[in-house]
Design a protein around this ligand. Structure first.
Ligand code: E4P
Length: 219
C-alpha cells in the first residue's frame, strides 16, 4: 500500500513528508502551473524531499517526442523521478520504448479497464485511473478500480494500479479495500485521513487531567 501526494507545492510536500509515511509524489502540467515555478527546478526539489517515485509528465504528443523528453528528464533529474505518459497510442509506444531502456513510467489519464490493460501490456510501472473525473461525469470511478483489479488477478499483472483524481477520504479507503497498490491524493485528503474530532476532544481531556496530576505533584 503506497500513499502519494498529488501536488507540486513543496511546502505541502515537506509538511506531509515529515509524518514519515509519504511514499511518492505525482505532478502534472496543471499542478506545475499552479506552483508558478520552473518545471525541472520544482521536480528536483520534490525528489530531494521525498525519496519515493516522483512523476514528471511529458508534454510531447508524438512517440519520439515523448521518448526524447522522458530520457532528458531522467538525465537531468534525480534517480527517483519516473516518467508520466498520457494513455494514447503514441504514449503506449513511448512507454514500451522507455521501459525497454530501463526507465520507470506512470501511464496517466486512464478512464477504462481496457486502457489500463494496454498500458500494462506496454510495460508501465504504474497505471493511473482517474476516479474523481469519472464520478464527475455521473459514472462510478470506483467500479473502474474494481474492474481493473479483477482483471489484474487473472493474469498476475505486475503494473501497479495508482488510483488518482481522488476527491475524498472514502475514495482512499475504497481503493485500499479493492487492493489498489497506490493512491495519490491532495494534501487536504492526507489531513482528513488522520483527523478525527473525538481524537482532538479525547486529547484535550487527557491534557487537562494531566495538568492536574502535575499540579498535585504526582507526575
Ligand atoms: C494524477 O496523477 C493526477 O495528477 C491527478 O490525480 C488529477 O486529479 P484531478 O482530477 O483532481 O485533477
Amino acid at each position: 500500500m503506497e500513499f502519494f501526494l498529488d501536488t507540486a507545492d513543496v511546502d505541502e510536500i515537506r509538511e506531509i513528508a515529515a509524518w514519515g509515511i509519504l511514499d511518492g509524489v505525482t505532478t502534472n502540467p496543471s499542478l506545475i502551473k499552479k506552483s508558478g515555478r520552473d518545471f525541472k527546478t520544482v521536480v528536483a526539489e520534490i525528489a530531494e524531499i521525498c525519496s519515493g517515485p516522483i512523476s514528471a509528465e511529458v508534454t510531447a504528443l508524438d512517440t519520439a517526442g515523448m521518448v526524447e523528453q522522458g530520457k532528458a528528464l531522467k538525465a537531468d533529474l534525480p534517480d527517483n523521478v519516473i516518467i508520466k505518459i498520457p494513455c494514447t497510442a503514441e504514449g503506449l509506444a513511448a512507454t514500451k520504448i522507455l521501459t525497454a531502456a530501463g526507465i520507470k513510467t506512470n501511464v496517466t489519464l486512464v478512464f477504462s479497464a481496457s486502457q489500463a490493460l494496454m498500458a500494462a501490456k506496454a510495460g508501465a510501472t504504474y497505471v493511473s485511473p482517474f476516479i474523481g473525473r469519472i464520478d464527475d461525469t455521473g459514472s462510478d470511478g470506483m467500479a473502474l478500480i474494481a474492474e481493473i483489479m479483477a482483471t489484474w488477478d487473472n493474469y498476475g499483472v505486475t503494473t501497479k494500479v495508482l488510483a488518482a483524481s481522488i476527491r475524498h477520504p472514502t475514495h482512499v479507503l475504497a481503493c485500499m479495500q479493492l487492493g489498489a497498490h497506490t493512491v495519490t491524493m491532495p494534501t487536504k485528503i492526507f489531513k482528513q485521513l488522520i483527523s478525527h474530532p473525538l481524537t482532538d476532544k479525547g486529547l484535550d481531556g487527557f491534557m487537562r487531567d494531566w495538568a492536574e496530576v502535575e499540579a498535585a505533584g504526582n507526575a
